[in-house]
Design a binder for this molecule. Structure first.
Ligand code: ZN
Length: 393
């Protein structure tokens, strides 16, 4: 394993310009409050953020069709329906939509570049993670798919085996679609079961195209899934696949809408569970990709009580300045939040006070989540030369 060369944090307040407006759930206050909380806790001490440039048409064109990009550009001026999923309640047209979306893509590209050029072995763009955007249309609050653009760029800049892990509560459908036939990219998404949540894809049987069987992996979880079950499913599937696939870089979409309080979905994770997930991802990068870890944000719609705390833990994990869950929420930060929302009841500490210990899967079917573990392993593991029924694999 090489020496650590540090971590890069991509940030510029201009990223707050990706604002879908009104009372849309994807409110940039989530990012602003995360950065404020991280600073208040000293997580960003000594960190000089990397300010991104907007991605140009060539880079956006790695994933998106020119007619779609043209529609994004002209939509704010157009008096007609430009199509491509734009102008819907999920994806309303907003001023400077192209520029703001291109800057988000530029953020993930800047992070990817830091890693490819050896300036950092970890890099994070919390404004990124727009995993639902499709080549020809906006979807699920996502205009351009920064995750897919960054992966595509890495494929042309020294990497030919990339693992993408998506822990958002929604299926990472856009990224899966872009690389469905590409055996160089392993996409793994853990999400709420598609029968119970938009976008309705991400079943175990979506395995990748004919030349890429086994490189799309989906772990659909029942509503109500808690930390211990989520972690059991993750550990029973993901590490073995990484060991078999041997990626050179780990790319993760770290949406936090799996939280029990999230208003848009029904899993039941906690901030403590999220923190454990981040630490696990860091361990996996150390073990399988020589520490190379590209981190994006994603969903998360409990804007005040959940997202800032969870993503502060994410930044701290990336920067190796882990924060104990018992740490008090800083008074100044809480005051700022109460100015925005006087009635909010804020947590007093950085965790939710739960135990995230879990039991590892042992090959049987003792818990409800073991059914999906068995289904995923039986569908995917043989395609990687792994034994689905042997818990050591
Ligand atoms: Zn989501």
């Amino acid at each position: 394993m090489g020496d650590r060369v540090g971590a890069a944090v991509v940030w510029d307040p201009a990223l707050l310009g990706y604002d879908l407006g009104g009372d849309h759930p994807f409110n940039p206050v989530r990012l602003e409050l995360t950065m404020r909380l991280s600073r208040a806790l000293g997580v960003l001490d000594g960190v000089e953020p990397v300010a991104p440039e907007p991605a140009g048409d060539v880079e956006i064109g790695r994933v998106h069709r020119p007619d779609y990009v043209a529609a994004v550009r002209e939509a704010p001026m157009a008096s007609w329906d430009v199509g491509h999923g734009l102008g819907t309640s999920d994806n309303p047209v907003f001023d400077q939509m192209h520029a703001a979306s291109a800057l988000v893509v530029g953020g993930s590209l800047a992070a990817a570049r830091c890693i490819a050029e050896g300036r950092a072995d970890r890099a994070v763009n919390l404004a990124g993670g727009l995993h639902h955007a499709m080549p020809d249309r906006a979807a699920g609050f996502c205009v351009y798919n920064d995750c897919a653009v960054a992966i595509s760029w890495l494929l042309d800049n020294g990497f030919d085996r990339i693992a993408y892990l998506d822990v958002d509560v929604h299926h990472g459908d856009g990224v899966q679609t872009v690389f469905y036939d590409d055996p160089r990219v392993l996409t793994v998404s853990l999400h709420q079961h598609p029968a119970t949540l938009w976008p309705g894809t991400g079943s175990v049987t979506e395995l990748g195209g004919p030349g890429a069987q086994g490189t799309s992996v989906n772990v659909p979880l029942s509503p109500g899934t808690k930390d211990a079950e989520w972690l059991r499913a993750f550990h029973a599937t993901v590490p073995s696949l990484l060991g078999a696939f041997r990626p050179q870089v780990l790319v993760t979409q770290c949406g936090v809408d799996t939280h029990v309080e999230d208003p848009l979905a029904d899993l039941a994770l906690t901030v403590d569970g999220h923190r454990e997930i981040y630490r696990t991802l860091r361990d996996l990068a150390a073990r399988y990709t020589d520490g190379k870890w590209l981190v994006m944000g994603g969903g998360g719609y409990e804007l005040l009580r959940v997202v800032p705390r969870s993503w502060t833990h994410l930044l701290a994990t990336v920067l190796d300045t882990d924060i104990p869950v018992e740490t008090s929420v800083p008074v100044d930060w809480a005051t700022t939040v109460r100015k925005l929302s006087p009635d909010v009841v804020l947590p007093s500490v950085m965790g939710d006070g739960v135990d995230v210990a879990f039991q590892r899967w042992g090959g049987g079917r003792e818990q409800p989540v073991d059914t999906v573990i068995r289904d995923v392993r039986r569908a995917v593991f043989p395609l990687h030369g792994l034994d689905p029924d042997d818990p050591r694999d």
